[in-house]
Ligand binder design. Structure first.
Ligand code: ADP
Ligand code: MG
Length: 622
């Protein structure tokens, strides 16, 4: 048999390697920014057009390259940063693989101009798909400028795979944030389609964070600091009361390199334990410095993961540093926090002697008496969710004529619609629980229990309300007739630039659900009207949540965007576990739930209720 194995030509090998290094425009931005930093630049300019699909250009004032180096830099495994294997264990640069430029040049049109400080003239080099188009001498200032155009021009599948301009831009901005945060002493300029997105001077860490995330970030930061032999930690954590409900600002840097580390993240979470709600995430900007020989950054091609020699020690030091920081700055948990207050002994009582417990009997208690629905002591947190027109008016009517053979949930659901019309007239007005023989019961501020002929239903109050609100918002969005309430005084809210970007994207959808916006500045937005169900004090929180959800679920089309909006609003505004609902509210919620199109699962696909039939109960008594 003839030999069949061949070495791949370089340009093919480069194209294959490019698949690893360059996933999207943001990867190019990362590689080129890192090269500029490695070149010792003090000012770096990033210019982007159409989310990087049309152009990514990076201009630095670093050491530049000689004509030969300029040519060599596009060869695979050509690097000035390491010479021997041992160098890998003492890395002080971002790059070391010598792969980036070769990969980028294999799949794009690259135009480079570069000049070291000591020569008079520089080099101008043009490469398209690994082919050198020309190389000439040129007069340029010291430093390097690399322009990358038509990314993936020769790999249509990859090009088509790119997301929308906004989404790609967001990835670029994320990458920019990470690098700019790691290097506050370098000045950065970032332009998108001709307009300036960021202009960051040489500054300190705190100023850099505030410059990127907006002035309101300043008051949220708690500094932390620790200097040990194993690791040096500095940076900031975000005060617990500002913790977001979804991953917000979470940045680890190791030796000025952004990394992701679930393990260290866990250390932060542990330090915040008891200070933030279980569904919120701590925010942090943490800079770790370790001996370069004690980490391995070589385990991931895109280099955001790092292996530490002494992970456990770093974990412990990190956790105690953060705890210390939180304590020192007197960051005390805000009141409440879903804890059962009954279980907590007020501090002053701790040392007192406990009194002999007495037994008191409510002589008037009659277990067979109907529950009064006019309980005035509880807080009615539920404010309904359905419009007064249409819909079922009584929850128990749903089960009229329901026989005990009703055992499957499906049957349960189909029956409610039939009974709607028959029973709609039983009550004179909306929600008149007093006249019904309805009994609902709230269990552990979490579930609403109601009886049906065949047994009982246990409803998760929060999920039920999410379902109700979700359908209401979706309806508003689809028929585009959301009711909004005008605010007496317009509300000015400030956001970071990237948050504003997202707000701009979702502005139209927001107005379909009842938000009205006035002036929109670079970092500020004026809200003049809000949806009926949103109170003025909630606006900021709701918008924050919407922004972070949209950030997480990079949505492409309008459909999924409105869906995210409706889900987020439902989640944010719903009655929560731990809220006491009075009987009227419980009843109204049950009514509204069973008037929904889908009752069984929440917008997040979690079960809303369970039924326990008499049969089930009987079985337990055997
Ligand atoms: P790596 O960064 O891993 O060494 P690259 O392909 O990114 O590999 O770059 C190859 C080489 O080109 C670098 O080692 C460096 O010598 C040179 N180089 C790249 N970008 C610049 C720049 N902006 N300024 C000066 N030299 C650069
Ligand atoms: Mg590099």
């Amino acid at each position: 048999m003839a030999d069949i194995i061949q070495l791949l030509p370089d340009h093919v090998a480069n194209q294959i390697a490019a698949g690893e290094v360059v996933q999207r425009p943001a990867s190019v931005v990362k590689e080129l920014l890192e090269n500029a930093i490695d070149a010792g630049a003090s000012t770096i300019k990033l210019i982007v057009k159409d989310g990087g699909k049309a152009l990514i250009q990076i201009v630095d004032d670093g050491i530049g390259m000689s004509a030969t180096d300029a040519r060599l830099s596009f060869e695979r495994h050509a690097t000035s940063k390491i010479q021997k294997a041992e160098d890998l264990f003492n890395l002080n640069t971002k790059g070391f693989r010598g792969e980036a430029l070769a990969s980028i040049a294999a799949i794009a049109h690259v135009d480079m101009q570069t000049k070291p400080v000591e020569t008079e003239l520089g080099t101008h080099l043009k490469i398209e798909g690994s082919k050198i188009i020309f190389q000439e001498v040129t007069a340029v200032p010291k430093g390097t400028s690399i322009a990358v155009k038509n990314l993936f021009f020769n790999i249509p599948a990859r090009r088509n795979f790119l997301k929308s301009i906004q989404v790609e831009l967001r990835h670029i901005t994320d990458e920019f944030h990470r690098i700019a945060l790691a290097h506050p002493s370098i000045a950065f300029h970032y332009y998108n389609n001709g307009s300036e997105m960021f202009n960051l001077p040489n500054e300190n860490h705190r100023q850099r964070i505030v410059h990127i995330f907006g002035t309101k970030a300043n008051q949220k930061l708690v500094p932390v600091h620790e200097d040990t032999q194993v690791v040096k930690i500095s940076g900031f954590i975000i005060k617990p009361e500002f913790a977001k409900k979804s991953r917000g600002e979470q940045f680890f840097f190791v030796n000025n390199r952004f990394i992701k580390s679930p393990y260290l993240h866990h250390a932060v979470v542990a330090a915040f334990e008891g200070l933030i709600r279980s569904n919120a995430y701590p925010g942090y900007f943490l800079y770790l410095e370790v001996d370069p020989g004690s980490i391995d950054i070589n385990i991931h091609p895109t280099k955001t993961e790092v292996k530490f020699d002494d992970e456990h020690t770093i974990y412990a030091i990190l956790r105690s540093t953060l705890k210390h920081g939180l304590g020192q700055f007197n960051v005390i948990p805000a009141l409440d926090f879903e804890q059962n207050q009954n279980l907590e002994t007020p501090y002053a009582y701790k040392d007192r002697e406990a009194a002999q417990p007495g037994v008191t009997v409510d002589a008037g208690f009659n277990p067979f008496q109907e529950v009064s629905t006019k309980s005035g002591t509880t807080r009615g947190g539920y404010s309904g969710g359905m419009s007064s027109s249409g819909g079922s008016n009584s929850w128990d009517s749903l089960y009229v004529g329901l026989q005990s053979e009703m055992d499957s949930k499906e049957e349960f659901n189909s029956l409610k619609f039939e009974s709607d019309t028959i029973t709609g007239s039983i009550f004179k007005g909306k929600y008149e629980p007093e006249e019904s023989n309805a009994t609902t019961f709230q269990l552990r501020r979490k579930y609403i229990v109601t009886t049906i002929k065949s047994g009982m239903v246990v409803i998760d109050q929060s999920r039920a309300h999410q379902r109700v609100l979700y359908e209401k918002f979706l309806k508003n969005i689809t028929i585009k007739e959301a009711v909004s309430q005008q605010l007496l005084f317009p509300l000015a809210l400030s956001f970071s630039k990237s948050d504003m970007e997202i707000l701009n994207e979702i502005k139209d959808s927001l107005s379909t659900i009842g938000f009205v916006f006035g002036k929109m500045g670079k970092e500020q937005i004026e809200v003049t009207g809000v949806p009926l169900l949103v109170t003025e004090s909630e606006v900021g929180m709701v918008l924050d949540q919407l922004i972070s959800d949209c950030q997480m679920e990079v949505s492409e089309d309008n459909f999924s965007q409105t869906d995210i909006l409706a889900k987020t609003l439902a989640k944010t505004l719903s009655v929560k576990t731990g809220e006491i609902l009075n009987s009227a509210s419980q009843l109204a919620l049950v009514n509204d739930l069973f008037a929904c199109k889908e009752t069984r699962v929440s917008p997040f696909n979690k079960p809303v209720y369970i039924t326990i039939t008499e049969n089930d109960i009987d079985k337990k008594f055997i």
